[in-house]
Design a protein around this ligand. Structure first.
Ligand SMILES: [Zn+2]
Length: 226
């Protein structure tokens, strides 16, 4: 059985004027997807407790709509998930792309994050300011990678082991910075089966698009059969 890490962003009905609607999976669709995985016998796992029939859930950008629309169903299913947070925007909104998206989406605040840690979710770093890491000076990239880990650790009182490259943008130098900062794992936007044993700093994922209503058979095909 091939294990996959699924990549989500917002779980919400997008504003009519929003661009890039693929980044919004509707709450009802999300619920159907999770129930389907559960009914098929999948375990919602972390990288550290995988079974043969596992699936890994990841949510980029730490949006507040996770708490409103994803958390309740995940709680019911006793599912865990990775949440990647751009630390400078905690308690704010998607400052890095609201112009492109034409909509401001609230980002979780510290007490949301503390709550999710208590509930067994895994918080990871998505840098400080969500830059293209290969397009800024290396010393700035280093700061983005190191400071975000330290801020999260100091404020949440836990170890932060997981990183996620904004826009999936990285190269060998960026990978080294992530390794040297003390992370254990980093997720990319590269498509494929879970490869974290071979390559813990370039972990593949499968993007779940909310663009059109993805039918359950095609979700199953994408997540399970491919
Ligand atoms: Zn992101």
């Amino acid at each position: 059985m091939k294990i996959k890490a699924l990549m989500y962003h917002s779980i919400d009905i997008p504003n009519k004027n929003a661009n890039l609607k693929s980044l919004f999976v509707k709450p009802l669709e999300f619920k159907k997807q999770m129930l389907t995985l559960k009914l098929l016998g999948y375990k919602f796992s972390t990288l550290e407790n995988l079974s043969k029939k596992s699936v890994i859930l990841t949510f980029d950008d730490g949006f507040k709509n996770f708490i409103e629309n994803a958390y309740p169903i995940l709680k019911k299913l006793k599912a865990t998930a990775y949440i990647f947070i751009p630390v400078s925007f905690i308690g704010k909104y998607n400052v890095w792309d609201y112009k492109k998206l034409n909509v401001k989406i609230p980002v979780m605040n510290w007490s949301d994050l503390q709550f999710l840690v208590k509930e067994g979710f895994i918080i990871g770093s998505h840098t400080m300011t969500h830059p293209f890491l290969t397009k800024i000076p290396l010393k700035d990239a280093k700061r983005e990678i190191e400071f975000s880990k330290k801020f999260l650790e100091d404020n949440l009182g836990i170890e932060i082991n997981t990183f996620c490259y904004p826009y999936g943008d990285y190269n060998k130098k960026i990978v080294s910075l992530v390794k040297n900062a003390g992370y254990k794992y980093a997720f990319t936007t590269k498509k494929g089966n879970l490869n974290f044993l071979e390559n813990p700093f370039e972990i593949n994922r499968v993007f779940i698009s909310g663009n059109k209503v993805i039918s359950l058979p095609s979700f199953i095909k994408k997540v399970i059969l491919r």
